[in-house]
Design a protein around this ligand. Structure first.
Ligand SMILES: Nc1ncnc2c1ncn2[C@@H]1O[C@H](COP(=O)(O)OP(=O)(O)OP(=O)(O)O)[C@@H](O)[C@H]1O
Length: 264
């Protein structure tokens, strides 16, 4: 489904500030894979997502999505096939537009029509039904402006927007990290439910080691721009947080940098 072949990206190349954010990254995701991504600060996790989403062109390597080479495809074209959620619930939605208008934009973008906000009763019913899946009572607030929702409600609607037309790939960049624990748990549950139901190939960055083992079917660990661990199957099923930490220590390039793997 997604394939990265020897993908590299440096910032400020050839200067004393050079940062090798991705180094020869090879990664292959099967359709329906749900991969959690862990690693310390600056390990390259967000850069990996930015490379896949097309925020910049990579320096070397190739990126294939569903068999098509998207290495040079512009970001807005990739966005039709790749959904993305960020830590900030304010990202990715229009606060002055209603919930219904936001959903309509996402829906029309997903089905590749132009953006038009002429909504009919049938559309309204469809959005109402979709919102009721969230279990937050938002189906009765279609005309409410997005900006008036709480962070958790917004993140749930953003998740709905990103998946209303199931994307080929869903990128979740610590999308529950800014929420209170109860709300975070709820949004995580919704994520699990939607991803499983629609078999969406998903990558999720998290600093929560427990969550990295509980959600999805595969866990990769990054360090210094490289994938240093790829856990799946029985090895992952039998893994504990302590075991994961021990593996991080074993794979980490630098001595004594174990604290860089944030825990929660
Ligand atoms: N736009 C940019 N310009 C310059 N350097 C960047 C840029 N984006 C990332 N970097 C650098 O690339 C490296 C990888 O950063 P990245 O944000 O991918 O790490 P991360 O694993 O997502 O970390 P965190 O957990 O802190 O979010 C870091 O050294 C970072 O400073």
């Amino acid at each position: 489904m997604l394939e990265l072949r020897k993908v590299s990206k440096s910032f400020f190349p050839g200067t004393p500030n050079e940062r090798r954010a991705l180094v020869d990254v090879d990664l292959s995701l099967a359709p329906g894979d749900f991969v959690t991504i862990i690693g310390g600060n600056g390990a390259g996790k967000s850069t990996l997502f930015n490379a896949v989403a097309g925020n910049f062109l990579i320096d070397a390597g190739n990126i294939l999505l569903d068999g098509k080479n998207i290495t040079f495809l512009r970001d807005y074209k990739r966005a039709r096939q790749i959904g993305r959620l960020f830590q900030d619930p304010l990202a990715g939605t229009a606060p002055n537009m209603t919930i219904e208008e936001n959903l309509a934009m996402a829906y029309l973008r997903g089905i590749k029509k132009g953006v038009s906000l002429g909504l009919n009763k049938k559309d309204e019913e469809f959005f109402r039904e979709k919102l009721s899946e969230l279990g937050l009572g938002l189906e009765d607030r279609l005309k409410t402006k997005m900006g008036l929702l709480s962070g958790g409600q917004r993140q749930a609607v953003t998740l709905m927007m990103a998946t209303i037309v199931p994307p080929k790939l869903l990128l979740l960049d610590e999308h529950t990290a800014a929420l209170d624990p109860g709300t975070a748990e709820k949004v995580s549950e919704l994520t699990r439910k939607i991803v499983e139901r629609d078999h969406i190939t998903t990558m999720m960055i998290t600093h929560n080691m427990q969550q990295s083992l509980e959600m999805g079917n595969r866990t990769i660990m990054m360090d210094e721009g490289r994938i240093v661990l790829d856990l799946k199957g029985e090895e992952r099923a039998g893994m504990t947080v302590d075991g994961l930490l021990a593996l991080f220590r074993a794979h980490s390039e630098k001595e004594g940098d174990n604290d860089r793997l944030l825990l929660s």
